[in-house]
Design a protein around this ligand. Structure first.
Ligand code: BDR
Ligand code: CA
Length: 343
């Protein structure tokens, strides 16, 4: 099994949390740095969540860097109603007592990629602010990276933030445009993979997935989460990873339920994490993607040219389909086994 070195750039976030757990649980993944980006919650809270998840998982001392407080141009918007007051739903993670990196997230990106040219896969599951800043610091970054995988955009699909825009791009459209432009001109096989809502909204986590995960981890009692649980209810799982994860996910399911999507949660970010380790998980199509910056109604919309209207070469591969059952079996197997080993 060959090692996949990763920089993970997150706005943790409930689904970001599960993406982190998935990677920590994956023996072939070596996380060399975690960048904390403002998005779901402000970057300082994101950084605290990242450090505390590492603590809950008894993980090695992985570098966690603080990112910019606000997007490149727009004022910061956060979404505690989606992810909970601290970004981890109903969970309250114990303070790990771990310390932040002395360098900021953009510098960490640039320096890590420079030190290991061609080796690192970048995974971004939040706004692209820090990656854009890193590219300003190291313009060769797109060519120094082995591959970039991004959760972001909505292509032949409605948005989740405006009728046409997806959250990560909508929070910092200028950053997304800078990144997609900077990654133009790469050959097939090196183009960024975009996991947009078209596919990530097919990744529906349901209570039976959480129950299976807990069972795999050997956690007791059976982990049964229900839409009838009030906001005061907390998991009593014997396994600490399962306990915090379940409290986080139940909040996300409540959010989806109150938005008429059912008692389930779209696991956007764990899917992108799985694609970063195994690109074959998603069927992709090349396209040229640009970001609308000015539309009164459409700012932050990702526009994909699939057929060459713009006479510009494809700059990304867009995930167009996957098998959610394969994804969930893999997630449950990995995270369940990992949680069991942590206890
Ligand atoms: C994205 O927005 C965030 O709220 C999630 O963490 C995910 O990265 C989905 O649009
Ligand atoms: Ca996210």
């Amino acid at each position: 099994m060959s090692t996949r070195r990763l920089i993970v750039d997150v706005d943790t976030g409930i689904d970001d949390s599960l993406a982190l757990l998935y990677l920590l649980a994956s023996p072939e993944a070596e996380i060399v740095g975690i960048a904390s980006t403002s998005g779901n919650v402000p970057s300082a809270q994101v950084a605290a969540n990242n450090l505390n998840w590492l603590g809950v998982c008894d993980a090695p001392d992985i570098e966690v860097a603080l990112g910019a407080h606000a997007p490149l141009v727009a004022p910061l918007r956060t979404t505690e109603d989606t992810h909970g007051p601290q970004g981890v739903g109903y969970a309250v993670l114990p303070d790990a007592g771990r310390v932040l990196s002395g360098r900021n997230a953009a510098t960490m990106w640039a320096e890590l990629v420079r030190a290991r040219p061609g080796e690192i896969t970048g995974l971004v599951t939040g706004p692209l602010t820090n990656l854009a800043l890193a590219i300003r610091e190291e313009p060769e970054l797109p060519r120094l990276l082995r591959r970039l995988v991004v959760m972001g955009g909505a292509f032949n699909h409605p948005g989740n933030t405006t009728p046409t825009a997806e959250w990560n791009v909508s929070v910092d459209p200028e950053a997304a445009k800078e990144v997609f432009d900077a990654f133009s001109g790469l050959p097939e096989g090196r183009r960024p993979v975009l996991c947009g809502l078209d596919v990530t909204e097919t990744i529906e986590m349901k209570p039976h997935h959480v129950r299976r995960l807990a069972r795999e981890a050997g956690s007791t009692p059976a982990e049964i989460i229900s839409p009838d649980d009030g906001p005061e209810v907390r998991s009593t799982a014997s396994n600490q990873v399962i306990r915090h994860m379940s409290d986080a996910i139940r909040f996300y399911m409540d959010f989806h339920r109150t938005h008429d999507q059912g008692f389930l949660a779209h696991m956007h970010d764990p899917f992108a994490a799985a694609v970063a380790l195994n690109p074959g998980l998603a069927r992709t199509r090349p396209a040229t993607v640009d970001v609308e910056l000015h539309g009164r109604l459409t700012r932050g919309t990702t526009v994909a040219d699939w057929v060459g209207h713009w006479n510009r070469d494809p700059n990304v591969d867009i995930a167009v389909s996957t098998d959610p059952v394969v994804f969930f079996d893999d997630l449950i197997d990995r995270v369940g086994r990992f949680a069991k080993s942590v206890g």
